[in-house]
Write a protein that binds this ligand. Structure first.
Ligand SMILES: NC(=O)CC(=O)C(=O)O
Length: 267
């Protein structure tokens, strides 16, 4: 059993301000006993194509150093949401994860780019500025293996299934659904990925900023291996906590052995 804290923070156009907010919220989560803490998608960059390149940083840039120091100082595992990464003149939506000594233990580049055009709703073309990652990411911690994916990645069940088959007992998803797709699909998708893989599924969104360039749905949540919500936020800035009970997960997997009953030879 361990405690996770999801920091549903309101970022700012000013990176220093965003760092100060992240520091305050992650510190509060650690003080309240969270051993694993997560930040949202693009926590230090406005979520719009025009900002991704100007805000991008290389892996040895100040934001990765900041996250590593924070994990070490607070003695926690930190899933560092996602930031805009610059590498070989390409820009990626990247999540870095750190152990309690601040070592970088995982790096996930968003695999599925958010290119959509919903009638009377949102149009977004991440591929106009971002390049996709090409790997799934499972990190090792002293508690369990944790899968990390980013936002739109959740809509491709194969990725979560792959991470579960690689041993992930918890999947953490820094994400930023919006006011078109959030009300329609957020709850259903997070609970479905938890249920069909019999994992805890923790999705962490930015708080909704009505003056910002993108209105995030908020609703950071933790879904259980039984497919229920353990905890869920509204749209405001807050920290969502939950106990990840690995014995409970094992018991669900024994009672309803979905992962064992797969018939890969059929599909
Ligand atoms: N922002 C995303 O990557 C995904 C999203 O908002 C959605 O799938 O809906």
């Amino acid at each position: 059993m361990f405690k996770i804290g999801l920091c549903q923070m309101m970022g700012s156009k000013d990176k220093e301000e965003s760092r100060a907010k992240a520091r305050a919220m992650v510190s509060e989560a650690a003080k309240n006993g969270a051993q694993v803490v997560a930040l949202p998608e693009m926590w230090n960059c406005p979520y719009a194509n025009e900002y991704f390149r100007p805000y991008a940083e290389p892996e040895d840039g100040p934001s990765v150093e900041f996250l590593s120091n924070l994990a070490r100082e607070l003695d926690i595992y930190l899933i560092g949401g996602s930031i805009s990464e610059l590498s070989d003149n390409k820009v990626y939506n990247t999540s870095y994860s750190f152990d309690r000594s601040g070592n970088l233990i995982g790096k996930h580049r968003k695999v599925h780019l958010f290119d959509i055009a919903v009638k009377n709703g949102i149009r977004f073309m991440e591929s106009e500025t971002l390049s996709p990652g090409d790997k799934s990411t499972v990190i090792d911690t002293e508690y369990c293996k944790i899968g990390v994916a980013i936002c739109y990645d959740v809509r491709f069940p194969e990725l979560s299934r792959k991470m579960a088959l690689e041993g992930a007992k918890l999947i953490v998803l820094p994400a930023a659904f919006n006011m078109t797709t959030g009300p329609a699909h957020w709850d259903l998708t997070m609970r479905a990925r938890a249920l069909d893989n019999q994992v805890y599924f923790a999705a962490v969104s930015p708080a909704r900023d009505m003056k910002g360039v993108y209105r995030a749905y908020g609703s950071s949540c933790i879904a259980t291996p039984w497919g229920e919500f353990l905890a869920k936020a509204d749209e405001k800035e807050t920290i969502v906590y939950g106990d990840i009970d690995l014995d409970y997960e094992d018991s669900i997997r024994q009672q309803l052995p979905l992962l064992k009953h797969r018939r890969e030879e059929v599909y």
